[in-house]
Design a protein around this ligand. Sequence first.
Ligand code: NAD
Length: 493
Amino acid sequence: MKHKNYINNEWLDAKSGSTFDVENPFTEEIIAQVPLSGAVDVDTAVQAAKSAWKEWKMLGSLDMRDLLREVAVKSRANERQLAEVITHESGKPLIECLDEIEWIASIFEYYSEIGRDQRGRVVAPVTPRSMSMVVKEAYGVVGCIVPWNYPLLLMAWKVAPAMAAGNTVVVKPSEVTPLSIMLWLEMCCNHLPKGILNMVTGYGETGAALVEHPDTRVIAFTGSVDTGKKIASMAATQLKKTSLELGGNDPIIICDDVDIEIAAKGTAWGGLLNGGQVCTSLERVFVMETVADSFTEAVVEEAKKVRLGDPMNGKTDMGPMSSKMQLEKAEGKVERALVEGARLLCGGDRPNQFEKGYFYNPTVFDNVTSNMEMMNVETFGPIIPIQRVKDLEEAIELANNSQYGLGCNIYTNDMEKALTAADDIKAGSFWINDPLTDNEAAPFGGMKMSGGGRELGIEGLDEFREPKHILIDYQIREKDYWFPYDLDEGRKT
Ligand code: NAD
């Protein structure tokens, strides 16, 4: 695999000659050194994308469809190799990484089709023998800045619709997980015309250079709220469009009318999947008092059953945390929760059976109150805090008592409760009895501090196209409302 920047379909070192290390969080070994790109490299990539745009935006829709569909075919054909690289760089279990590859293939398939569907509308003209068309056109060069928890998926959520809408792209992967994108470009995108899709690697400074470059017209970003704010303020100086998918602290409400065993299994999976490092991880659990004891006991039982281990093993449920930094963040959150008075029911420490790897045990707390840090700030670790509530009204109030509005979940058989909660809780996704299930044909994104803009669905395509009104008068004639004016004769419009 090439460990370089990808610009104009060529593999290049950074102009500075500097590199940074990529670590495997299971073996704690350095597995690659990749270019530390600066503003000059970003400029080269943006210029490549800008030159390529002139032809790409004019490409016929069937050719566009075929090129994007081929990305999907090649992604599926190389799924094992791609998934293994994600596992090596992130510690995510192989089975979840294989799902990630299948998902990116379906996203490319989906946008290859809807990208050639409607491009706007025709509206009723204001004068006879004329026509008003609204055409949605591409912006130009799109900068995509991606996090490490789903490195290929969250890249595809941006790149596929951006390209399908007729833009060209420069991607900046996370410094933690640049390798899977490199392999994917090498194996699945080598048929694309030169300069359509480019990549530069580096830390936040490289991302900032992409945001500040005058020729990137849209910045599509997924990451933390803090970085999102920085990007929004940098982009504002050029009035540049941003699409921001940021953090969350998602609630789940457990009503007293459900199968507690299933609700507990769903909660444990939704809280611990990928070590709790999912933007929509279940991070605040509100359970009704009458079922709180049995539910909490069942969640603890499920958490204790989770099999930690080598993420390449097909029977591992949870691998190591993706980096030492994420491990330390989880440790810090647990320490502070204990000081704040939460009661630890399981976990809260590192497993002792591994000599290496940034492992942390699945952790469950109860005696949780809404003023505690973990109920207010994104946790992003394998930590499930359970808070008791007396009824749905209190659960809705607590769910809304948050700066975030990414996703929300409920378990109930009572549709009145489910849809009342869906009406009253501010969240971009609302899952009833099925935590965390997305659909590429439906929009995904956050309300409140969880972001602005949407990915997936037709809404995800519209993030990357801007409307233009084209008025055609197909009978050239002098208009009676032109000069010379004469108010005595009356106004004519
Ligand atoms: P992060 O904000 O630290 O980094 C994300 C990306 O931004 C990386 O590529 C990083 O190099 C880059 N970056 C950092 N500083 C920058 C700057 N000043 N200018 C431009 N780019 C910069 O986030 P992370 O730790 O990689 O990812 C975890 C976060 O992502 C969590 O908060 C999680 O909730 C969020 N997330 C959100 C979604 C969503 O769809 N809403 C999905 C996944 C993850």
